[in-house]
Design a protein around this ligand. Structure first.
Ligand SMILES: *Cc1c(COP(=O)(O)O)cnc(C)c1O
Length: 362
């Protein structure tokens, strides 16, 4: 299967399922008998209409979304959502609650603050280098929403149980764990996810919005920053990121038809994470950086006894066709990102390499 492809543990952009890449390759010069590639056809054509509609339907089916949710495709990455969410849902003197669990949450907070909005930090794990998910919260009176980051890509932590915000709509940045596990979507007013971690290439961000949220949006926003424009125009107000949407459609088809849906995916993801965490916990050589009850099933962050060994580990891993294991530049150490497309075979190969490396260097 592998030939000249490596086992890719990149954090993002990240590995895509091999069958999806093969399908792209196969149909690239001639999409659905059109004699054109997906990057050359009109976004108003019947072929593209089919692609975007099917992708939206798959999102709804896979996440078991009720009809009161709209599926949107937006450019600007997850980072633009850090601004769009407060611009759309935090008007006047209202306050929004944010929970700070790491680098991306910090950025989301900074973007909301730069708009001169009222932000309450309901909890933060900064005191311990964001190595855990907080359990105690200081919610404000009647906030407009509660913003969380469901999986912290850089620090390797994940919400295993979401906070109880009562009737307050939750907004979640699910960039690095969307479609990786079953979630109770009712609680969320808005879910957003840059595609390049778990569902596609960069350049498109999936947003899932509950209809009642749309009525709160102020009427003076620029069209491209207004969720209701995307909802009304079915994400075709202007030229959408066609290629990205096409690939998302293929990834979701793979998830639905080859894997068997999100519940099955969650089981596989649990197995993958267990393989690595069990190995890390089995000795003293590798040390997980996240507290055990907060560990991410998507980004496994760990350290070796010293930085020299970490560099050697990353270099030797690559010689063995295991790529992308360097931790984020701001935290160092090692990180294995094992999103949906990382196979059990890839994770087992990494685990064998880790055992061997420990034997030779421990
Ligand atoms: C990668 C990432 C982002 C940033 O995504 P862009 O598409 O580059 O803007 C935001 N949040 C989380 C949780 C991420 O993992």
């Amino acid at each position: 299967m592998k030939q000249n492809r490596i086992f890719n543990f990149n954090a993002g952009p990240a590995a895509l399922p091999t069958p999806v890449l093969e399908e792209i390759q196969k149909s690239f010069l001639d999409l659905a008998g059109s004699g054109m590639s997906v990057t050359e056809i009109s976004h108003r054509s019947k072929i593209f209409d089919d692609i975007i509609n099917k992708a939206m339907e798959r999102v709804k089916r896979l996440l078991n979304l009720k009809d009161n949710f709209k599926v949107l495709f937006i450019q600007g990455g997850a980072s633009l959502q850090f601004s769009m969410a407060p611009m759309n849902f935090l008007s006047g003197d209202k306050t929004a609650d944010y929970i700070n669990t790491g680098t991306w949450a910090t950025k989301a907070i900074a973007q909301a603050q730069s708009l001169k909005k009222n932000i309450n930090i309901a909890a933060s794990s900064e005191d311990k280098k964001f190595s855990y998910i907080p359990k105690q919260f200081n919610f404000s009176e009647n906030p407009a929403y509660l913003h969380i980051t469901s999986n912290n890509t850089i620090k390797g932590t994940q919400w295993n149980k979401f906070p109880d915000a009562g009737d307050i709509p939750m907004i979640a940045d699910m960039s690095s764990d969307i479609m990786s596990r079953v979630i109770d979507t009712k609680k969320f007013g808005l879910i957003y996810a840059g595609a390049q971690k778990n569902i596609g290439p960069s350049g498109v961000c999936l947003a899932i919005i509950r209809e009642d949220m749309l009525s709160q949006i102020p009427d003076n926003l620029p069209s491209l920053l207004d969720y209701s424009v995307y909802a009304e125009k079915k994400s075709l107000y202007n030229t959408p990121p066609c290629f990205g949407i096409y690939v998302i459609g293929l990834v979701l088809k793979w998830l639905e038809e080859s894997i068997g849906g999100v519940e099955k995916m969650e089981e596989i993801n649990r197995k993958k994470a267990d393989i690595l965490y069990n190995l890390i916990d089995s000795g003293e050589f590798y040390k997980g950086t996240a507290q055990k009850d907060s560990r991410s099933k998507m980004n496994v962050t760990f350290r070796l006894p010293n930085e020299e060994l970490e560099q050697k580990f990353i270099a030797e891993a690559l010689q063995n066709d295991l790529g992308g294991l360097k931790g984020h530049r701001t935290v160092g150490g090692c990180r294995a990102s094992i999103y949906n497309a990382a196979t059990i075979e890839a994770v087992e190969t990494l685990a064998s390499f880790m055992k061997e490396f420990e034997r030779n260097n421990g």
